[in-house]
Write a protein that binds this ligand. Structure first.
Ligand SMILES: Nc1nc2c(ncn2[C@@H]2O[C@H](COP(=O)(O)OP(=O)(O)OP(=O)(O)O)[C@@H](O)[C@H]2O)c(=O)[nH]1
Ligand SMILES: [Mg+2]
Length: 355
């Protein structure tokens, strides 16, 4: 009977193979088109208190986005995919309504997929994307009428001001970040320009840092009206803050007769930052963030930015030598910001912090 194969059975087998082949091709086509827009399964693992990578920490990459910045976002995400090593952490896209409907969400994820190019592990990358809606409201005491508020940066009011408020004070208590150890923030116009020799989140963890950044800039005085005074008043009533600022060699500005400050306020480049969430959720830091919120005119009228507010917060509550990391080995650009790069030193050649 060896080699016996009646014609009927052979043609039956043939059609079976053809059907299987067609089924395989169809599923391949379908799976490449059907791109999920959330990472529920991944999140379920995180919520169980561990992660799939066997790491003692969890993280996410996050953006705040809006429809008009979608094409920048594609380039930024492509630069993350191409140049940022490390575990495939979720990519959280916070939005404020532009992606409420499924249509724009699917379209954006499809565009990311096409921008990355098929057969490029692009599907896996798009599966990391999550959309999270933010419900922005003006704080009490701020009129919804732009003419009443007469804010600095009126042309982008209140969106830009909401953005500053979200990143300065609210982000640390956002429910989606509750179980995360770290977040890396990027803006839609943030770009990694070359492959990195380390995973920056792993560097922050390994070196036990609370805050990672790539540059410090300075803010023009027309967007910091009253900021020096708020920090000074708070410091005067909080001796531990005064002590920490002295240890960090903080320099105070002085006002001349014309009301001009002798110093511009510095600011971390928050368009790429890594935050240890637990460190920023300290009670004394929360008290300071509440003080910022209790003077909403600071952000909503005077357009205080999240960059100088982050700078003040870190300098007031952390030891900048021990708790912050300048990640200058990252090849990175953001419009209007110039900064120095340093050679990228792989993690296994970095020293552990001496405690
Ligand atoms: N949803 C939403 N996102 C915003 C709004 N304003 C800014 N963003 C986002 O917040 C991030 C920072 O905004 P940018 O306009 O880049 O702010 P910036 O870096 O201070 O300003 P530039 O120097 O012009 O880049 C970007 O990812 C924007 O897409 C807004 O009104 N709504
Ligand atoms: Mg920007």
């Amino acid at each position: 009977m060896k080699g016996f194969c009646p014609t009927a059975l052979r043609s039956h087998k043939k059609s079976l193979y053809i059907s299987l082949g067609l089924f395989f091709l169809f599923s391949l086509f379908w799976s490449s088109r059907h791109i999920p827009t959330s990472t529920q399964a991944f999140r379920a693992v995180l919520h169980a208190g561990s992660n799939s990578f066997g790491l003692p920490y969890t993280a996410a990459i996050l953006y705040l986005i809006r429809l008009e910045d979608a094409s920048d976002l594609l380039d930024s995400l492509a630069s993350v995919k191409r140049n940022l090593p490390g575990p495939p952490w979720p990519v959280i896209l916070f939005h404020t309504g532009d992606f409420d409907e499924e249509g724009p969400r699917i379209e954006l994820v499809d565009n990311v997929y096409n921008h990355l190019g098929a057969n490029n592990a692009s599907k896996e990358f798009t599966e990391r994307i999550e959309f999270v809606k933010l419900d922005w409201r003006l704080p009490e005491g701020i009129s919804p009428d732009v003419n009443v508020v007469n804010p600095v940066f009126a042309h982008q009011w209140p969106g830009y001001h909401h953005m500053c408020s979200f990143f300065s004070t609210q982000i640390f208590s956002h429910p989606r970040l509750k179980d995360l150890t770290y977040y890396m923030r990027l803006d839609t116009d943030s770009l990694f320009t070359a492959p990195l020799c380390y995973d920056p989140i792993e560097v922050i963890h390994h070196r036990q840092r609370s805050y990672g950044y790539v540059f410090i800039g300075s803010e023009p005085q027309w967007v910091t009206s009253g900021m020096w005074a708020l920090v000074q008043n708070y410091t005067n009533t909080h001796p531990s803050v005064d002590k920490q600022l002295r240890l960090n060699n903080w320099k105070w500005s002085h006002r001349n007769e014309d009301g001009d400050e002798s110093l511009d306020f510095s600011g971390y480049g928050t368009n790429l930052e890594i935050v240890n969430l637990g460190a920023f959720r300290r009670r004394d830091i929360r008290e300071w963030l509440d003080a910022i919120e209790s003077y909403p005119e600071g952000i909503y009228k005077w357009r205080w930015g999240d960059a100088p507010l982050r700078y003040a917060t870190v300098q007031m509550f952390f030891d900048v030598e021990k708790d912050t990391e300048l990640l200058c080995g990252i090849r990175y650009t953001h419009p209007w910001n110039e900064h120095k790069h340093c050679p990228c030193v792989p993690l296994d050649q970095m020293a552990l912090p001496a405690n």
